[in-house]
Design a protein around this ligand. Structure first.
Ligand SMILES: CC(C)[C@H](C(=O)O)[C@@H](O)C(=O)O
Ligand code: SF4
Length: 467
């Protein structure tokens, strides 16, 4: 008999009820609540006269709309200010722990969940945010949900869900010089497409994984949703356990030992069968750059902008033309010749300490191009403090970058950090949709090292020539 995949193990352990149509009612262990997606859920709760069933299983914090200059902070607009204030009021009203922007534990939900040890292996964790897949790096079943689902989790601590198919994504070989996990996941998405993972829970496996830190695994799982998959997972190993030990919300003492015993079983059985399979030959990768308006429109740094007439599929050809028009790019241009105006280093994809270290190592002792304005935004207050302890802030400031406070910042145009019309940005975030970083703004997704190198030269460039 076939064994179970990691996804199936955690799923089965959380089924409360099985419905005739194949849906399952799942028990939800933990819920992260942010300001953009929660107002309707709290309103529904209040309208129905319901209380939150287990307030201690939820943490609320604002990240999307918070200004990243906190002193004399002004909000981008009335909506942003209202969202943050409503979250605070709703959380207090419902006895949910609220982490304010000036709290030392503050940050982007997907950065602080793991930092606090709120994200734990074997659990189900949800948030009204599509990048909740990030937490799957800890061998937990984490996925983004909609506002009405948030209301269900509040009042019942359960969710009715359809079980996904499973996809094994094998990463093979060591990371070459100058190549990072960001390049792995961008390359996977360009290979299988932005819809390649639809209906599937991805599990990243293979010889590359044991060498990846938790920070790197989170970057990997963060972008599962950009391949169309709500879930991205990595099995538990010593790296996972070492990261979590002694974190504030992680179990302690005998409970820790008991938990570890259970968590060690959180890997797919040898005999497990996945519904589909993809392979990334990591050892042959080069640094990647997205050049279009979907993360799948990505190529290696040595490539050129494609010619739409070479695309045989008419629908794809039309989309390609439209992307290049929006991006203001001419077919045949070398990616390395594209001049940029701005650099953004941050987000829940690449705003963690290792990312900042990597970017700092490229710009140390140098100065960014006079044509570029650069911004570094740590993913959390703790990340910011740790970076300052190592002097990374000084390296960035000396190089001409701005050093901001934690938040989603220019990953998404919901706060003051935005691109203006036609501004071009090398960004470490995860989405390059039209208008994502500000109306008319043009985004190139890259790794932190690649973003740092682009800041130095004023154009997209190959980081391998700068380290
Ligand atoms: C605003 C929020 C709900 C959204 C998401 O669902 O992911 C945002 O975080 C994003 O990255 O696009
Ligand atoms: S940093 Fe970007 S991707 Fe992550 S939660 Fe915020 S807006 Fe979404």
């Amino acid at each position: 008999m076939a064994g179970k995949t990691l996804y199936e193990k955690i799923w089965d352990a959380h089924v409360v009820r099985q419905y005739d149509d194949g849906d399952s009612l799942l028990y939800i262990d933990r819920h992260l609540v942010q300001e953009v997606s929660s107002p309707q859920a709290f309103a529904k709760l209040d309208d129905d006269g319901h209380k939150i069933r287990k307030p201690e299983n939820h943490i609320a914090l604002p990240d999307h709309a918070v200004p990243t200059i906190r002193k004399n902070a002004t909000f981008a607009d009335g909506l942003a200010a209202r969202q943050v204030e409503r979250l605070r009021a709703n959380a207090i009203n419902h006895n949910v722990e609220y982490i304010a922007p000036d709290d030392q534990r503050h940050g982007i939900v997907h950065v602080i969940g793991p930092e606090l040890g709120f994200t734990l292996p074997g659990t189900t964790l949800v948030c009204g945010d599509s990048h909740t897949c990030t937490h799957g790096a800890f061998g937990c079943l984490a996925f983004g949900i909609g506002a009405s689902e948030c209301a269900n989790v509040f009042s019942t601590q359960t969710l009715r869900q359809k079980r996904q198919k499973t996809m094994q994504v094998e990463l093979s070989g060591p990371l070459p010089f100058g190549v990072t996990v960001k390049d792995i996941i961008l390359s996977l998405i360009s290979q299988i497409g932005a819809d390649g993972g639809v209906g599937h829970a991805l599990e990243f496996t293979g010889s590359t994984i044991p060498h990846l830190s938790m920070h790197a695994r989170m970057t990997l799982c963060n972008m599962a949703i950009e391949a169309g998959s709500r879930v991205g997972m990595v099995a538990v190993d010593d790296t996972t356990l070492n990261f979590l030990k002694d974190r504030p919300y992680a179990p302690k003492g005998a409970l820790w030992d008991l938990a570890v015993e259970n968590w060690r079983t959180l890997k797919s059985d040898e005999t497990a069968v996945y519904d589909s399979y993809a392979l990334v030959d990591v050892s042959s990768l080069e640094p990647q750059i997205s050049w279009g308006t979907s993360p799948e429109q990505t190529s290696g740094v040595t490539a050129h902008i494609p010619f739409p007439q070479d695309e045989p599929n008419l629908d794809r050809r039309r989309k390609l033309k439209k992307s290049l028009e929006y991006m203001g790019l001419t077919p045949g241009t070398a990616l390395r010749d594209i001049a940029i105006d701005r650099v953004f280093i941050g987000s829940c994809t690449n705003g963690r300490l290792e990312d900042l270290r990597a970017a700092a190592s490229v710009v140390k002792g140098k100065h960014i191009s006079k044509n570029v304005s650069g911004m570094v935004v740590p993913g959390s207050a703790q990340t910011r403090a740790a970076a300052e302890e190592e002097g990374l802030d000084k390296i960035f400031l000396d190089a001409g970058f701005e050093w901001r406070e934690a938040g989603c910042s220019m990953c998404v145009g919901m706060n003051d950090d935005r691109l203006s019309d036609k501004q071009r940005c090398a960004s470490t975030s995860n989405r390059n949709f039209e208008g994502r970083q500000g109306q008319g703004g043009r985004t190139h997704l890259v790794s932190p090292q690649m973003a740092a190198a682009a800041a130095l030269t004023g154009h997209l460039t190959d980081v391998r020539e700068h380290i």
